[in-house]
Design a protein around this ligand. Structure first.
Ligand code: C2E
Ligand code: CA
Ligand code: CA
Ligand code: CA
Length: 279
């Protein structure tokens, strides 16, 4: 037993080393990714549930490394956050998304929004207000067409400082959405305190709404909460028609998910827009 314990320890250790080495390699690759033009942005349609019309898209970062192939954002975003690269990468994706949305504004029916994810790091160690100002100025996009997705955890730490930042962001016209809503800190008081516009219901609740009464009740409750607080509600991870029917009946405003379209390159999203709706 002692022997196998030691082996298990050694295995664990080597495993950690490999992970650590891999992490370092990826981080170095990521450092060069912008100048090597290995990053791209995919756009996933967001749908008005009542009309079926496309209201906009979420911008989702993609990394195709010449060394490592496709690396998912669940891998490289945390690496970018740990290394500080998130500031350069975050600015790159924001600018790309704003330029894209400005093109849509010139070619398609007005009002299409683009939603961009912001990391907590970009708030804690950056100047998000200056960042957003630069992106809006460089692209010409009106602030009203930019939505920022932030997480509940950002509203908890250094709340007073964050409140000031969010108020200045609101003054630029941008909209603020809470991503992965329902999975984070459970105090709801911040919904009144912070200038939030939209709740994004996490896909873990959406997935089983047709079969699981608890998840259905949670989604129902979030939609009602949104109605009372005058916040737009959007459900993510909508994969099946049944999901969409349930959400529509519950009064959820918008939906996003594979049912309507996977994240796709801008050219493909333009084809979807040209067709008029996503169904
Ligand atoms: P997220 O912001 O919660 O994004 C939603 C994720 O769900 C995306 O994964 C999307 O492709 C996926 N998804 C959309 N519809 C469905 C569906 O119907 N079913 C299922 N199973 N999944 C669906 P993705 O693109 O791999 O991104 C993962 C996470 O990486 C994002 O989660 C976000 O936290 C982060 N991320 C992606 N791009 C950026 C970025 O530009 N900046 C920052 N800070 N984070 C980003
Ligand atoms: Ca998001
Ligand atoms: Ca999410
Ligand atoms: Ca997530």
């Amino acid at each position: 037993a002692k022997e196998s314990g030691r082996n298990a320890y050694r295995f664990f250790n080597e495993h950690m080393n490999t992970d650590g080495r891999r992490r370092l390699q990826l981080q170095n690759g990521l450092r060069l990714a912008i100048e090597r033009e290995e990053l791209s942005v995919h756009y996933q349609p967001q749908i008005d549930l009542a009309s079926g019309a496309i209201t906009g898209a979420e911008a989702l970062l993609r990394w195709t490394s010449r060394e490592f192939g496709e690396i998912g954002p669940n891998i490289f975003i945390p690496l970018a956050e740990q290394s500080g690269l998130i500031h350069a990468i975050g600015e790159w994706v924001l600018l790309a998304a704003c330029h894209q949305a400005e093109l849509w504004r010139q070619h398609y029916p007005p009002g299409l929004t683009v939603a961009v994810n912001l990391s907590a790091q970009q708030f804690r160690r950056g100047d998000p207000v200056a960042l957003i100002k630069r992106a809006l100025a460089a692209s010409g996009l009106p602030g009203e067409l930019l939505e920022l997705e932030i997480t509940e955890s950002m509203l908890i730490s250094e709340a007073d400082e964050v409140l000031g930042m969010l108020q200045r962001l609101k003054a630029l016209g941008v909209r603020l959405a809470i991503d992965d809503f329902g999975t984070g800190y459970s105090s709801l008081s911040y919904l009144q305190r912070f200038p939030i516009d939209k709740l994004k219901i996490d896909q873990s609740f959406v997935r089983h709404i047709a079969r699981n009464n608890d998840d259905a009740a949670i989604v129902d409750t979030i939609v009602q909460l949104g109605r009372i607080l005058k916040l737009t509600t959007i459900a993510e991870g909508v994969e099946e028609l049944q999901h969409a029917s349930f959400l529509r009946a519950a009064g959820c405003n918008e939906a996003q998910g594979y049912l309507f379209g996977k994240p796709m390159p801008a050219a493909q999203f333009a084809e979807l827009l040209a067709r008029g709706d996503a169904t």
